[in-house]
Design a protein around this ligand. Structure first.
Ligand SMILES: [Cu+2]
Length: 491
Protein backbone atom coordinates (compact mmCIF):
# COMPACT_ATOMS: atom_id res chain seq x y z
CA UNK A 1 0.00 0.00 0.00
CA UNK A 2 3.02 2.28 0.12
CA UNK A 3 2.43 4.65 -2.77
CA UNK A 4 5.41 6.87 -2.08
CA UNK A 5 7.59 5.05 -4.56
CA UNK A 6 5.04 5.48 -7.31
CA UNK A 7 3.70 8.83 -6.24
CA UNK A 8 4.16 10.53 -9.61
CA UNK A 9 2.53 7.61 -11.37
CA UNK A 10 -0.28 7.65 -8.85
CA UNK A 11 -1.03 11.31 -9.38
CA UNK A 12 -0.98 10.82 -13.14
CA UNK A 13 -3.46 7.97 -12.81
CA UNK A 14 -5.71 10.03 -10.57
CA UNK A 15 -5.53 12.79 -13.19
CA UNK A 16 -6.72 10.43 -15.90
CA UNK A 17 -9.65 9.31 -13.80
CA UNK A 18 -10.65 12.85 -12.90
CA UNK A 19 -10.38 13.83 -16.55
CA UNK A 20 -13.00 11.26 -17.42
CA UNK A 21 -15.28 12.43 -14.63
CA UNK A 22 -15.00 16.10 -15.51
CA UNK A 23 -18.44 16.88 -16.87
CA UNK A 24 -18.86 20.56 -16.04
CA UNK A 25 -16.60 23.57 -16.67
CA UNK A 26 -16.46 24.17 -12.93
CA UNK A 27 -14.87 20.75 -12.47
CA UNK A 28 -12.48 21.17 -15.38
CA UNK A 29 -11.04 24.32 -13.82
CA UNK A 30 -10.47 22.90 -10.39
CA UNK A 31 -9.18 19.63 -11.79
CA UNK A 32 -6.64 21.40 -13.96
CA UNK A 33 -5.35 23.20 -10.88
CA UNK A 34 -5.34 19.94 -8.96
CA UNK A 35 -3.23 18.10 -11.49
CA UNK A 36 -0.68 20.85 -11.46
CA UNK A 37 0.45 20.82 -7.86
CA UNK A 38 -1.36 18.49 -5.44
CA UNK A 39 0.94 16.08 -3.57
CA UNK A 40 -1.96 13.69 -3.08
CA UNK A 41 -5.45 13.34 -4.46
CA UNK A 42 -8.22 11.57 -2.56
CA UNK A 43 -11.56 10.76 -4.15
CA UNK A 44 -14.49 9.89 -1.94
CA UNK A 45 -16.58 7.46 -3.95
CA UNK A 46 -18.96 4.52 -3.64
CA UNK A 47 -17.04 1.37 -4.54
CA UNK A 48 -17.35 -2.39 -4.62
CA UNK A 49 -14.64 -4.02 -2.51
CA UNK A 50 -13.84 -7.71 -2.80
CA UNK A 51 -12.98 -8.74 0.76
CA UNK A 52 -12.78 -12.44 -0.20
CA UNK A 53 -13.30 -14.23 -3.54
CA UNK A 54 -16.84 -13.43 -4.71
CA UNK A 55 -17.60 -11.74 -1.40
CA UNK A 56 -18.12 -8.16 -2.45
CA UNK A 57 -19.30 -5.35 -0.23
CA UNK A 58 -20.46 -1.88 -1.18
CA UNK A 59 -18.74 0.92 0.68
CA UNK A 60 -17.77 4.55 0.35
CA UNK A 61 -13.98 4.56 -0.03
CA UNK A 62 -11.01 6.76 -0.75
CA UNK A 63 -9.81 6.17 -4.33
CA UNK A 64 -11.90 3.02 -4.73
CA UNK A 65 -9.76 0.98 -2.37
CA UNK A 66 -9.76 -0.15 1.23
CA UNK A 67 -7.93 1.01 3.19
CA UNK A 68 -7.38 4.40 1.58
CA UNK A 69 -3.85 4.97 0.22
CA UNK A 70 -1.03 5.31 2.72
CA UNK A 71 -0.10 8.98 2.77
CA UNK A 72 3.51 9.68 3.70
CA UNK A 73 4.33 13.17 4.84
CA UNK A 74 7.46 14.75 6.28
CA UNK A 75 7.15 16.53 9.59
CA UNK A 76 7.10 20.27 9.05
CA UNK A 77 7.08 20.07 5.23
CA UNK A 78 3.91 21.67 3.78
CA UNK A 79 1.67 19.51 1.58
CA UNK A 80 -1.29 19.98 -0.71
CA UNK A 81 -4.05 17.37 -0.69
CA UNK A 82 -7.01 17.60 -3.04
CA UNK A 83 -10.14 15.92 -1.75
CA UNK A 84 -12.87 15.23 -4.30
CA UNK A 85 -16.29 14.10 -3.21
CA UNK A 86 -18.07 12.04 -5.87
CA UNK A 87 -20.97 11.19 -3.55
CA UNK A 88 -24.30 12.93 -2.93
CA UNK A 89 -23.41 13.64 0.71
CA UNK A 90 -21.23 16.51 1.98
CA UNK A 91 -18.19 14.98 3.66
CA UNK A 92 -15.69 15.72 6.41
CA UNK A 93 -12.20 14.25 6.21
CA UNK A 94 -10.55 14.28 9.62
CA UNK A 95 -6.76 14.21 10.02
CA UNK A 96 -6.68 12.18 13.20
CA UNK A 97 -3.76 12.83 15.58
CA UNK A 98 -2.41 15.96 13.89
CA UNK A 99 -2.11 19.55 15.19
CA UNK A 100 -4.00 21.34 12.43
CA UNK A 101 -6.12 24.51 12.25
CA UNK A 102 -9.90 24.11 12.46
CA UNK A 103 -10.49 24.82 8.77
CA UNK A 104 -8.38 21.72 7.93
CA UNK A 105 -8.92 19.39 10.91
CA UNK A 106 -12.13 17.91 9.54
CA UNK A 107 -15.00 18.23 12.01
CA UNK A 108 -18.15 20.21 11.25
CA UNK A 109 -18.58 20.90 14.98
CA UNK A 110 -15.28 22.82 14.95
CA UNK A 111 -16.34 24.74 11.84
CA UNK A 112 -14.36 22.90 9.16
CA UNK A 113 -16.11 23.50 5.81
CA UNK A 114 -17.59 20.37 4.23
CA UNK A 115 -16.18 18.84 1.08
CA UNK A 116 -19.33 19.53 -0.94
CA UNK A 117 -21.25 16.73 -2.66
CA UNK A 118 -19.83 16.42 -6.20
CA UNK A 119 -17.30 19.11 -5.33
CA UNK A 120 -13.80 19.35 -3.95
CA UNK A 121 -11.58 21.09 -1.39
CA UNK A 122 -7.90 21.77 -1.74
CA UNK A 123 -6.17 21.42 1.62
CA UNK A 124 -2.81 23.10 2.28
CA UNK A 125 -1.26 22.29 5.63
CA UNK A 126 1.94 21.48 7.48
CA UNK A 127 1.79 17.91 8.82
CA UNK A 128 2.75 17.07 12.37
CA UNK A 129 3.60 15.73 14.80
CA UNK A 130 5.64 12.87 13.33
CA UNK A 131 4.47 9.29 13.69
CA UNK A 132 1.59 7.04 12.75
CA UNK A 133 -1.63 9.02 12.18
CA UNK A 134 -4.68 8.38 10.01
CA UNK A 135 -7.52 9.99 8.11
CA UNK A 136 -11.18 9.09 8.22
CA UNK A 137 -14.64 10.51 7.66
CA UNK A 138 -16.02 12.57 10.49
CA UNK A 139 -19.63 12.42 9.33
CA UNK A 140 -22.33 11.44 11.76
CA UNK A 141 -23.97 8.13 10.84
CA UNK A 142 -26.75 7.89 13.42
CA UNK A 143 -28.98 4.96 12.47
CA UNK A 144 -27.47 4.72 8.94
CA UNK A 145 -25.01 1.83 8.92
CA UNK A 146 -23.61 2.72 5.51
CA UNK A 147 -22.53 6.20 6.63
CA UNK A 148 -19.73 7.55 8.80
CA UNK A 149 -16.98 5.15 9.72
CA UNK A 150 -19.24 2.14 9.08
CA UNK A 151 -18.23 2.84 5.48
CA UNK A 152 -14.75 2.29 4.05
CA UNK A 153 -13.45 5.80 4.68
CA UNK A 154 -10.28 5.05 6.63
CA UNK A 155 -6.65 5.35 5.54
CA UNK A 156 -3.22 5.44 7.21
CA UNK A 157 -0.86 8.41 7.43
CA UNK A 158 2.80 8.19 8.30
CA UNK A 159 4.61 11.42 9.10
CA UNK A 160 8.33 10.85 8.93
CA UNK A 161 10.29 12.41 11.77
CA UNK A 162 13.15 14.76 11.07
CA UNK A 163 15.51 12.26 12.73
CA UNK A 164 15.58 8.51 12.06
CA UNK A 165 12.91 6.45 13.84
CA UNK A 166 15.19 3.48 14.54
CA UNK A 167 16.36 0.12 13.50
CA UNK A 168 14.19 -2.38 11.66
CA UNK A 169 14.28 -4.22 8.33
CA UNK A 170 10.90 -3.15 7.03
CA UNK A 171 7.57 -1.61 7.88
CA UNK A 172 4.13 -3.14 7.42
CA UNK A 173 0.90 -1.19 7.81
CA UNK A 174 -2.22 -3.06 8.93
CA UNK A 175 -5.70 -1.57 9.11
CA UNK A 176 -8.28 -3.60 11.03
CA UNK A 177 -11.87 -3.07 9.93
CA UNK A 178 -15.24 -4.83 9.93
CA UNK A 179 -17.86 -4.82 7.18
CA UNK A 180 -21.52 -5.83 6.83
CA UNK A 181 -22.81 -4.16 10.01
CA UNK A 182 -26.18 -4.87 11.59
CA UNK A 183 -28.08 -3.87 14.71
CA UNK A 184 -28.69 -6.12 17.68
CA UNK A 185 -30.22 -5.82 21.10
CA UNK A 186 -27.51 -7.96 22.57
CA UNK A 187 -26.01 -7.15 25.91
CA UNK A 188 -22.56 -5.66 26.07
CA UNK A 189 -19.63 -7.88 25.24
CA UNK A 190 -17.61 -8.85 28.26
CA UNK A 191 -14.19 -7.30 27.66
CA UNK A 192 -12.28 -8.02 30.77
CA UNK A 193 -8.82 -7.27 29.46
CA UNK A 194 -7.92 -3.92 31.02
CA UNK A 195 -5.56 -3.61 33.94
CA UNK A 196 -5.84 -2.25 36.59
CA UNK A 197 -9.33 -3.74 36.85
CA UNK A 198 -10.48 -1.74 39.90
CA UNK A 199 -13.97 -0.34 39.50
CA UNK A 200 -15.23 2.71 41.30
CA UNK A 201 -18.06 1.58 43.59
CA UNK A 202 -20.03 4.82 43.42
CA UNK A 203 -19.89 4.91 39.61
CA UNK A 204 -20.94 1.27 39.47
CA UNK A 205 -23.91 1.60 41.82
CA UNK A 206 -25.18 4.73 40.04
CA UNK A 207 -24.82 3.11 36.61
CA UNK A 208 -26.45 -0.16 37.67
CA UNK A 209 -29.34 1.71 39.31
CA UNK A 210 -30.00 3.74 36.14
CA UNK A 211 -30.01 0.58 34.02
CA UNK A 212 -32.36 -1.26 36.42
CA UNK A 213 -34.76 1.67 36.47
CA UNK A 214 -34.85 1.77 32.66
CA UNK A 215 -35.50 -1.97 32.32
CA UNK A 216 -38.16 -1.74 35.05
CA UNK A 217 -40.01 0.79 32.86
CA UNK A 218 -40.19 -1.88 30.20
CA UNK A 219 -37.48 -0.52 27.89
CA UNK A 220 -35.35 -3.08 26.04
CA UNK A 221 -31.56 -2.79 25.91
CA UNK A 222 -30.41 -0.04 23.54
CA UNK A 223 -29.18 -1.03 20.08
CA UNK A 224 -25.65 -2.33 19.58
CA UNK A 225 -23.84 -2.90 16.27
CA UNK A 226 -22.33 -6.21 15.18
CA UNK A 227 -20.64 -7.33 11.94
CA UNK A 228 -20.58 -10.34 9.61
CA UNK A 229 -17.21 -9.75 7.96
CA UNK A 230 -13.84 -8.91 9.49
CA UNK A 231 -10.77 -7.82 7.55
CA UNK A 232 -7.15 -6.76 7.77
CA UNK A 233 -6.22 -4.36 4.96
CA UNK A 234 -9.62 -5.07 3.45
CA UNK A 235 -9.21 -8.86 3.14
CA UNK A 236 -10.67 -11.64 5.24
CA UNK A 237 -8.24 -14.13 6.82
CA UNK A 238 -7.00 -16.66 4.27
CA UNK A 239 -7.49 -14.42 1.23
CA UNK A 240 -4.87 -12.29 -0.41
CA UNK A 241 -1.11 -12.68 -0.03
CA UNK A 242 0.37 -13.67 3.31
CA UNK A 243 2.96 -11.46 4.98
CA UNK A 244 6.17 -13.18 3.79
CA UNK A 245 9.06 -12.96 6.24
CA UNK A 246 12.57 -14.31 6.68
CA UNK A 247 14.01 -15.79 9.82
CA UNK A 248 15.80 -13.14 11.87
CA UNK A 249 14.03 -10.23 10.17
CA UNK A 250 12.85 -7.32 12.33
CA UNK A 251 9.45 -6.12 11.14
CA UNK A 252 7.93 -2.87 12.37
CA UNK A 253 4.15 -3.22 12.32
CA UNK A 254 2.02 -0.08 12.28
CA UNK A 255 -1.44 -1.28 13.33
CA UNK A 256 -4.58 0.85 13.12
CA UNK A 257 -7.95 -0.04 14.55
CA UNK A 258 -10.13 1.47 11.82
CA UNK A 259 -13.35 0.07 13.27
CA UNK A 260 -16.40 2.26 13.73
CA UNK A 261 -17.29 0.64 17.02
CA UNK A 262 -15.17 -2.35 18.01
CA UNK A 263 -12.19 -2.96 20.28
CA UNK A 264 -9.67 -5.33 18.70
CA UNK A 265 -6.90 -7.63 19.91
CA UNK A 266 -4.02 -9.26 18.04
CA UNK A 267 -1.55 -12.04 18.74
CA UNK A 268 1.03 -13.89 16.63
CA UNK A 269 1.69 -17.40 18.01
CA UNK A 270 5.22 -17.83 19.37
CA UNK A 271 6.16 -14.16 18.87
CA UNK A 272 6.31 -11.06 21.05
CA UNK A 273 5.44 -7.48 20.11
CA UNK A 274 7.92 -4.88 21.32
CA UNK A 275 5.71 -1.81 21.59
CA UNK A 276 7.65 1.24 20.41
CA UNK A 277 4.87 3.79 19.93
CA UNK A 278 1.24 4.28 20.99
CA UNK A 279 -0.93 6.46 18.73
CA UNK A 280 2.25 7.26 16.81
CA UNK A 281 4.14 8.69 19.78
CA UNK A 282 7.27 6.87 21.03
CA UNK A 283 6.71 5.32 24.50
CA UNK A 284 9.12 6.01 27.38
CA UNK A 285 9.43 2.28 28.15
CA UNK A 286 9.47 -0.26 25.33
CA UNK A 287 7.90 -3.48 26.59
CA UNK A 288 7.52 -6.86 24.90
CA UNK A 289 3.95 -8.15 25.11
CA UNK A 290 2.21 -11.27 23.76
CA UNK A 291 -1.04 -9.47 22.88
CA UNK A 292 -2.01 -6.05 21.58
CA UNK A 293 -5.33 -4.39 22.38
CA UNK A 294 -6.61 -1.40 20.43
CA UNK A 295 -9.71 0.63 21.07
CA UNK A 296 -11.44 2.26 18.12
CA UNK A 297 -8.98 4.66 16.38
CA UNK A 298 -5.99 3.62 18.49
CA UNK A 299 -2.69 2.81 16.76
CA UNK A 300 0.21 0.68 17.93
CA UNK A 301 3.66 0.52 16.36
CA UNK A 302 5.44 -2.66 17.44
CA UNK A 303 8.62 -4.47 16.41
CA UNK A 304 8.48 -8.22 15.92
CA UNK A 305 11.66 -10.25 15.56
CA UNK A 306 10.83 -13.15 13.29
CA UNK A 307 12.41 -15.96 15.28
CA UNK A 308 9.81 -18.74 15.23
CA UNK A 309 9.70 -20.23 11.71
CA UNK A 310 6.41 -21.62 10.47
CA UNK A 311 3.14 -20.42 9.00
CA UNK A 312 1.09 -18.53 11.57
CA UNK A 313 -2.14 -16.61 11.92
CA UNK A 314 -1.68 -13.07 13.17
CA UNK A 315 -5.21 -12.75 14.46
CA UNK A 316 -7.82 -11.50 16.89
CA UNK A 317 -8.18 -13.40 20.17
CA UNK A 318 -11.96 -13.64 19.69
CA UNK A 319 -12.45 -16.99 17.91
CA UNK A 320 -15.68 -15.92 16.29
CA UNK A 321 -14.22 -12.72 14.84
CA UNK A 322 -11.08 -14.53 13.64
CA UNK A 323 -13.18 -17.26 12.03
CA UNK A 324 -15.09 -14.51 10.24
CA UNK A 325 -11.91 -12.97 8.89
CA UNK A 326 -10.02 -10.94 11.50
CA UNK A 327 -6.50 -12.16 10.82
CA UNK A 328 -3.70 -12.38 8.28
CA UNK A 329 -1.23 -15.19 7.58
CA UNK A 330 2.47 -14.71 8.36
CA UNK A 331 4.57 -17.11 6.30
CA UNK A 332 8.30 -17.71 6.75
CA UNK A 333 10.43 -18.36 3.66
CA UNK A 334 10.50 -22.05 2.66
CA UNK A 335 7.56 -22.93 4.93
CA UNK A 336 4.44 -24.23 3.25
CA UNK A 337 2.23 -25.76 5.94
CA UNK A 338 -1.30 -24.81 6.91
CA UNK A 339 -1.49 -21.58 8.93
CA UNK A 340 -1.62 -22.25 12.67
CA UNK A 341 -3.37 -20.33 15.42
CA UNK A 342 -2.65 -20.96 19.09
CA UNK A 343 -4.12 -18.79 21.82
CA UNK A 344 -1.61 -16.58 23.67
CA UNK A 345 -0.97 -16.85 27.43
CA UNK A 346 -3.40 -14.91 29.66
CA UNK A 347 -2.50 -11.26 29.46
CA UNK A 348 -4.01 -7.92 30.55
CA UNK A 349 -3.51 -4.64 28.70
CA UNK A 350 -2.07 -1.94 30.94
CA UNK A 351 -1.07 1.43 29.49
CA UNK A 352 1.07 2.26 32.52
CA UNK A 353 3.61 -0.47 31.61
CA UNK A 354 4.80 1.77 28.79
CA UNK A 355 5.11 4.86 31.01
CA UNK A 356 8.15 6.61 32.44
CA UNK A 357 9.38 4.83 35.54
CA UNK A 358 11.02 7.68 37.44
CA UNK A 359 9.35 10.95 36.48
CA UNK A 360 6.04 12.42 37.55
CA UNK A 361 3.97 14.69 35.29
CA UNK A 362 3.89 18.43 36.11
CA UNK A 363 0.90 19.61 38.13
CA UNK A 364 -1.94 20.95 36.02
CA UNK A 365 -3.00 24.59 36.15
CA UNK A 366 -6.63 23.50 36.16
CA UNK A 367 -8.67 20.28 36.41
CA UNK A 368 -11.78 19.61 34.34
CA UNK A 369 -14.21 16.95 35.53
CA UNK A 370 -16.17 14.87 33.05
CA UNK A 371 -18.77 12.30 34.06
CA UNK A 372 -20.01 9.98 31.30
CA UNK A 373 -23.41 8.32 31.67
CA UNK A 374 -25.73 6.19 29.57
CA UNK A 375 -29.50 6.64 29.27
CA UNK A 376 -30.56 3.19 28.12
CA UNK A 377 -32.58 3.13 24.86
CA UNK A 378 -33.58 6.77 25.46
CA UNK A 379 -33.39 7.99 21.84
CA UNK A 380 -35.57 6.00 19.40
CA UNK A 381 -34.18 2.76 20.80
CA UNK A 382 -30.58 3.99 20.88
CA UNK A 383 -28.67 4.62 24.06
CA UNK A 384 -28.20 8.32 24.75
CA UNK A 385 -24.85 9.43 26.16
CA UNK A 386 -24.24 12.41 28.39
CA UNK A 387 -21.18 14.35 29.56
CA UNK A 388 -21.88 16.01 32.90
CA UNK A 389 -25.60 15.45 32.31
CA UNK A 390 -25.82 16.88 28.77
CA UNK A 391 -26.04 15.02 25.48
CA UNK A 392 -24.42 16.84 22.54
CA UNK A 393 -27.25 18.08 20.27
CA UNK A 394 -27.86 16.07 17.11
CA UNK A 395 -28.98 19.07 15.07
CA UNK A 396 -26.76 20.44 12.31
CA UNK A 397 -26.63 23.94 13.82
CA UNK A 398 -23.51 25.08 15.59
CA UNK A 399 -23.26 24.36 19.28
CA UNK A 400 -21.45 26.56 21.82
CA UNK A 401 -18.36 25.19 23.60
CA UNK A 402 -18.83 23.72 27.08
CA UNK A 403 -15.22 23.92 28.24
CA UNK A 404 -12.98 26.96 27.99
CA UNK A 405 -9.20 27.01 27.70
CA UNK A 406 -6.50 29.62 28.09
CA UNK A 407 -3.58 29.28 25.72
CA UNK A 408 -0.42 27.95 27.35
CA UNK A 409 -2.08 26.43 30.41
CA UNK A 410 -1.84 22.77 31.32
CA UNK A 411 -5.18 21.05 31.87
CA UNK A 412 -6.06 17.78 33.51
CA UNK A 413 -9.29 16.05 32.50
CA UNK A 414 -10.65 13.69 35.11
CA UNK A 415 -12.64 11.11 33.13
CA UNK A 416 -15.27 9.19 35.10
CA UNK A 417 -17.28 6.44 33.45
CA UNK A 418 -20.68 5.74 34.97
CA UNK A 419 -21.40 2.99 32.41
CA UNK A 420 -20.23 -0.57 31.95
CA UNK A 421 -18.98 0.09 28.39
CA UNK A 422 -15.36 0.80 27.51
CA UNK A 423 -15.05 4.22 25.88
CA UNK A 424 -12.12 5.07 23.60
CA UNK A 425 -12.20 8.84 24.15
CA UNK A 426 -10.48 11.18 21.70
CA UNK A 427 -9.29 14.79 21.81
CA UNK A 428 -8.84 16.59 18.49
CA UNK A 429 -5.89 18.81 17.51
CA UNK A 430 -3.87 18.07 20.71
CA UNK A 431 -1.90 15.22 22.29
CA UNK A 432 -2.58 14.28 25.90
CA UNK A 433 -0.43 12.52 28.47
CA UNK A 434 -1.84 9.69 30.56
CA UNK A 435 -1.40 10.65 34.21
CA UNK A 436 -3.66 8.20 36.04
CA UNK A 437 -5.37 4.95 35.03
CA UNK A 438 -7.89 3.39 37.44
CA UNK A 439 -6.17 4.95 40.41
CA UNK A 440 -2.57 4.19 39.33
CA UNK A 441 -0.40 7.26 38.59
CA UNK A 442 1.63 7.23 35.38
CA UNK A 443 3.56 9.63 33.13
CA UNK A 444 5.08 9.98 29.70
CA UNK A 445 2.59 8.01 27.56
CA UNK A 446 1.29 10.51 24.99
CA UNK A 447 -1.84 9.63 23.04
CA UNK A 448 -4.89 11.01 21.30
CA UNK A 449 -7.28 8.16 22.22
CA UNK A 450 -7.49 6.28 25.51
CA UNK A 451 -9.76 3.43 26.50
CA UNK A 452 -11.65 4.23 29.68
CA UNK A 453 -12.81 1.01 31.34
CA UNK A 454 -16.36 0.35 32.56
CA UNK A 455 -17.03 2.11 35.89
CA UNK A 456 -13.43 3.31 35.91
CA UNK A 457 -11.61 6.62 36.21
CA UNK A 458 -8.63 7.99 34.33
CA UNK A 459 -6.78 11.29 34.15
CA UNK A 460 -5.25 12.83 31.06
CA UNK A 461 -3.24 16.07 30.84
CA UNK A 462 -2.74 18.36 27.89
CA UNK A 463 -1.32 21.78 27.18
CA UNK A 464 -3.65 24.21 25.42
CA UNK A 465 -1.30 25.06 22.56
CA UNK A 466 -3.48 25.02 19.43
CA UNK A 467 -6.14 27.76 19.59
CA UNK A 468 -9.52 27.16 17.99
CA UNK A 469 -12.57 25.03 18.61
CA UNK A 470 -11.53 21.54 19.69
CA UNK A 471 -13.77 18.51 19.68
CA UNK A 472 -13.68 15.87 22.39
CA UNK A 473 -15.67 12.67 21.91
CA UNK A 474 -15.93 8.96 22.34
CA UNK A 475 -14.60 7.40 19.13
CA UNK A 476 -17.23 4.66 19.18
CA UNK A 477 -19.46 5.84 16.34
CA UNK A 478 -22.66 4.73 18.08
CA UNK A 479 -21.69 6.71 21.18
CA UNK A 480 -20.42 9.91 19.54
CA UNK A 481 -23.47 10.08 17.27
CA UNK A 482 -25.83 9.83 20.25
CA UNK A 483 -24.54 12.54 22.54
CA UNK A 484 -21.00 11.59 23.59
CA UNK A 485 -19.26 14.77 22.39
CA UNK A 486 -18.25 18.16 23.75
CA UNK A 487 -16.44 21.21 22.48
CA UNK A 488 -13.55 23.17 23.96
CA UNK A 489 -12.80 26.73 22.94
CA UNK A 490 -10.01 29.17 23.74
CA UNK A 491 -10.91 32.34 25.62
CU1 LIG B 1 -18.08 5.37 24.01
Amino acid sequence: MDIRSSRRGFIRTAGLVTGLAAASPRHVLSLAQAESTADYTLRIQASAIEIAPKRIVSAVTYNGQFPGPLLRFKEGQPVTVDVFNDTDTPEQLHWHGQFLPVDIDGAAEEGTPYVPAHGMRRLNFTPGPSGFRFYHTHNRAGANLSAGQYSGQVGPVYIEPQSSPGNYDREIFLTLKEFEPGFSRGGDMDMNFLSPAARDKSLESAGEAAMKASLAQGLPHGFEVGYNAFTINGLMLGHGDPIRVKSGERVLFHILNGSATEIRSLALPGHAFEVVALDGNPVPTRVKVPVLWLGTAERISALVTMNHPGVWILGDLADDDRHHGMGIVVEYANQKSRAVWTPPPPFKWNYTRFGATSTAPPSPDETIDMLFAKQNAAHEGFNLWTINGSAFPMSASSVPATFHLNKGRRYRIRLRNQSDDIHPVHLHRHTFELTKIAGIPTAGVRKDVVMLGGYQEAEIDFVADNPGLTLFHCHQQLHMDFGFMALFDYT
